[in-house]
Design a protein around this ligand. Structure first.
Ligand code: DGY
Length: 308
């Protein structure tokens, strides 16, 4: 079977790149610039959540049929431009929920118990001459979940064993034992810890702003495993520096990779490199689904997981 011509936007780890290279004829954006004829043959775009697909690119790819992202978020894909050209967009919902939930719980515990600092404290042998500061318990805390979708529900379920009280904002979900507090500022006032796991995009841009952070208060913690754009990062840095909130654990940032940010100088933050889904098992399943979507659409079948 001929391998389809696929424009890859973004980097994949080498084991995944080998799989891609074995199944498709892979082109990079530089190849389009080097030889404009390549654009004619491109049938699919394969990308990941950390990258942007420019709307202007679509006009130069007359045979493009599908944009497949190996990720659940599609805020980097110009949906309207794709739809107007009849290009199908697919993502990989469901298969990464567990990994993102696990990282959210890991970040939460790392933040409250200061695990990264404690690790440094032991390695640096500071333990020989001082006591590590006391940290915060999770038990007994009130958790506000911003967005009770698949990932939000998975986090809530995993938190059930930690003796916490949970409330949420976002779309109403029936049949679950959590209070809904529809105003995010009110949710922040209720919560000791706000966990952000709603989709990114224009509708949630800077949903967590200075006012929400003030409502969370000086003993409050923020965890973000959603998109950097959901949090007003300048307001967050200000709140962290001034002690308006107690700490934050962040897997996502307004601009990634995070370079030269004041966040990296603060001791009350835990930072990870947009790694919510980054386990071997999960990323393998995501890529498989993204490639299967490409093969199916190019064979004339329905996509397995189209963005609706
Ligand atoms: C996604 O799939 O959108 C996640 O952010 C990846 O980690």
């Amino acid at each position: 079977m001929p391998r389809p011509n696929v424009l890859q936007i973004g980097e994949f780890p080498s084991a995944q790149q080998d799989i891609i290279n074995a199944e498709v004829r892979r082109y990079a954006q530089e190849d389009l610039q080097r030889d404009p004829a390549v654009s004619e043959g491109i049938e699919a775009i394969l990308t990941r959540s950390s990258y942007q697909v420019p709307a202007s690119l679509l006009a130069s790819l007359p045979n493009l049929k599908i944009i497949a992202t190996s990720g659940v978020g599609f805020d980097g894909i110009p949906l309207d431009a794709a739809r107007s050209r009849g290009v199908i967009v697919t993502n990989t919902p469901g298969v990464l929920d567990a990994a993102v939930c696990e990282l959210a719980i890991g970040l939460l515990l790392s933040l409250l118990r200061r695990i990264p600092s404690a690790d440094r404290f032991v390695r640096d042998e500071a333990w020989a001459h001082e006591l590590f500061p006391l940290t915060s318990s999770l038990a007994g805390k009130r958790i506000g979940i911003v967005g009770l979708g698949r990932i939000g529900q998975g986090i809530a379920r995993r938190l059930a064993g930690f003796d916490v009280e949970i409330a949420y904002c976002g779309s109403k979900v029936e049949g679950l034992p959590y209070a809904m507090i529809s105003d995010v500022r009110e949710l922040a006032s209720f919560a000791d810890i706000l966990i952000v796991c709603c989709p990114g995009g224009d509708r949630t841009r800077h949903l967590i702003d200075g006012a929400v952070l003030s409502a969370l208060g000086s003993s409050g913690f923020l965890v973000n495993v959603s998109r950097g754009t959901v949090v007003d990062e300048a307001a967050l840095i200000d709140a962290l520096e001034k002690g308006l909130i107690r700490g934050a654990a962040l897997d996502v940032f307004e601009k990634e990779p995070l370079i030269g940010s004041r966040l990296a100088t603060l001791s009350n933050v835990v930072l990870t490199p947009h790694a919510g889904s980054a386990t071997e098992e999960t990323r393998h399943t995501m890529l498989r689904l993204a490639l299967d979507n490409i093969h199916r659409v190019l064979d004339g079948s329905c996509a397995l997981t189209p963005v609706k």
